[in-house]
Unconditional design. Structure first.
Length: 160
């Protein structure tokens, strides 16, 4: 399998958002209609071969801050209690499968777990929102999207 790389311009924006260079390859998979990256898809391994458990990463600063506020107000536990446990298990399994399908390097350690690297429950609302915005059926991500009022009309799925 091959991996699509973000353009140099997209990389510059993402790295400015993060305040540091990326340690691995990525592609922008969701962006605002004005072109700004919202969600990146990470290659499942960093350049040095370290497994990267986070396939989809929310990089939009406004959405990131809104989700951080939810997490600091106990959102992880609240959302975990609101979703069907079986649906959450399916979400983690589908995420792990998508990451396996995106894996280019088959040597060495492989990333494991589901959304945010966990196998059960909810670990990171940012990862669930990114997964949902990237097109996955993610009940936690959907709840988060509604809670932070994601401007769906301002988002564009750019996956080919």
């Amino acid at each position: 399998m091959s991996f699509r790389d973000a353009s140099p311009d997209d990389l510059a924006v993402v790295e400015a958002y993060l305040g540091r260079p990326l340690a691995g390859r990525c592609a922008v998979v969701v962006r605002r209609l004005d072109g700004r990256p919202v969600v990146i898809e990470n290659e499942p391994h960093l350049r040095d071969g370290t497994p990267m458990p986070t396939l989809f990463w929310l990089v939009d600063p406004e959405l990131h801050d809104a989700v951080s506020r939810l997490e600091s107000d106990g959102g992880v536990h609240r959302f975990e209690e609101l979703v069907d446990a079986e649906a959450l298990v399916r979400t983690h399994e589908e995420y792990a499968q998508r990451r396996r399908s995106a894996t280019v390097r088959l040597d060495g350690a492989q990333p494991s777990g589901g959304v945010g690297g966990t196998r059960v429950g909810v670990k990171c609302l940012h990862a669930h929102l990114a997964n949902y915005l990237a097109g996955a059926s993610d009940p936690v991500g959907e709840l988060v999207a509604h809670e932070v009022d994601v401007p769906e009309l301002l988002l564009e799925d750019v996956r080919a």
